[in-house]
Design a protein around this ligand. Structure first.
Ligand code: NAD
Ligand code: TYD
Length: 357
């Protein structure tokens, strides 16, 4: 079995669903269920014995040791993190707590568990750390995209905390020999994306008749990757990546924010036109910029393609259409997230399948 942390969040839940769709290898899912964790994302796995959910913190060393001893995973995939840049600006402490201290505690628990494994299991064990392109800082318009050897120059409390965790992971390999893999991925989008992030926020605000807040001039560039492609890259790195290596994952799809927002509006005009017949783009509102806002991210994903044969399957056109449709088809999920009712999911729907520490 594998241990997935943060498997009730956006990417983690997509990963768990895809993993169990592709294989019967069980998943132990450890998630603290912060505001970003939503067990409704995993509703399709209710009653599925291959999925075991434990509500808990990656910073809880005693819990980790108990889970590792009891379940003996062959790999750990670490998604658990505080992930929203704007929240990190307003309250950085949780980011240090989970992303830095939590990753440290998880590494230590993994190291002690791994050290005591029999030789063949020890050889096969992997610790995969899921990270972000934001650790590399920002690019000027003509700069080459981030390759794995780009300087690490984080600019926000979020990216600094992720860079710190990447450094710890690297050091645990170099010093202790822990067989780690790190992936640094660009911006994801797709189903189950919490509507505080750009794309889902624009979809739900548009449908609710609210303003679509574009920061600054809207010309900041991100490199968008459909979440299922990120999940397949992680599966590939876990299966064939070289311990100690970092793999950048991206969609070869750089776009300014304003283009993303206009594309979402155009799709909604087609799929769910406004009652008054006016275009959704009328709701676009330019607002004050984010402090320290990185201008451009772009990933050079040639290493993972060359060494592991991974390439994204979706184009932005196919991925964004699927995403907008998903939000239109799941009004209950959106309503629960917006009302906060999803936080009752554990008690009302999951019952005994959830273990609390
Ligand atoms: P998310 O915020 O949607 O989910 C994070 C999950 O981690 C939540 O379920 C939350 O409950 C859980 N969690 C938080 N603190 C925890 C703790 N202390 N112990 C256990 N669980 C905890 O984030 P996401 O967008 O799914 O991102 C997942 C990972 O991928 C993060 O490490 C993030 O840095 C990285 N990443 C995200 C993107 C992106 O575009 N979203 C891009 C590249 C990398
Ligand atoms: P976000 O989804 O928060 O991801 P990140 O900051 O990790 O890249 O934001 C993506 C881009 O969209 C980023 O340049 C900030 C911008 N943005 C807006 O313009 N308006 C918004 O309401 C949000 C949430 C983001």
């Amino acid at each position: 079995m594998i241990l997935v942390t943060g498997g009730a969040g956006f990417i983690g839940s997509n990963f768990v669903l895809d993993w169990l769709a592709a294989s019967d290898e069980p998943v132990l899912n450890l998630d603290k269920l912060t505001y970003a964790g939503n067990l409704a994302n995993l509703a399709a796995l209710q009653g599925d014995a291959r999925h075991r959910f434990v509500q808990g913190d990656i910073g809880d060393r005693a819990l980790l040791e108990r889970l590792l001893a009891e379940h003996r995973p062959r790999a750990i995939v670490n998604f658990a993190a505080e992930s929203h840049v704007d929240r990190s600006i307003h309250g950085p402490e949780d980011f240090i707590q989970t992303n830095v201290l939590g990753t440290f505690r998880l590494l230590e628990a993994a190291r002690h568990y791994w050290s005591a494994l029999p030789a063949t299991e020890k050889e096969a064990f992997r610790f995969l750390h899921v990270s972000t392109d934001e650790v590399y800082g920002t690019l000027a318009p003509q700069d080459p995209a981030f390759a794995e050897d780009h300087k690490v120059e984080p600019n926000s409390p979020y990216s600094a905390s992720k860079a710190a965790s990447d450094h710890l992971v690297r050091a645990w390999h170099h010093t202790y020999g822990l067989p780690v893999l790190t992936t640094n991925c660009s911006n994801n989008y797709g189903p189950y994306h919490f509507p505080e992030k750009l794309i889902p926020l624009m979809i739900v605000n548009a449908l609710a008749g609210k303003p679509l807040p574009v920061y600054g001039d809207g010309m900041q560039v991100r490199d968008w990757l459909y979440v299922k492609d990120h999940c397949s890259a992680i599966r590939r790195v876990l299966a064939a990546g070289r311990p100690g290596e970092t793999y950048n994952v991206g969609g070869w799809n750089e776009k300014p924010n304003i283009d993303i927002v206009r594309t979402v509006c155009a799709l909604l005009d087609e799929l769910r036109p406004r009652a008054d017949g006016q275009p959704y783009a009328q709701q676009i509102t330019y607002v004050k910029d984010r402090p320290g806002h990185d201008r451009r991210y772009a990933i050079d994903a040639r290493k993972i393609e060359r060494e592991l044969g991974w390439k994204p399957q979706e184009t932005f056109e196919t991925g964004i259409r699927k995403t907008v449709r998903w939000y239109l088809d799941h009004p209950d999920w959106v309503a629960q997230v917006q009302s906060g009712a999803y936080r009752d999911w554990v008690a009302t729907h999951y019952g005994a399948a959830v273990t609390s520490p």
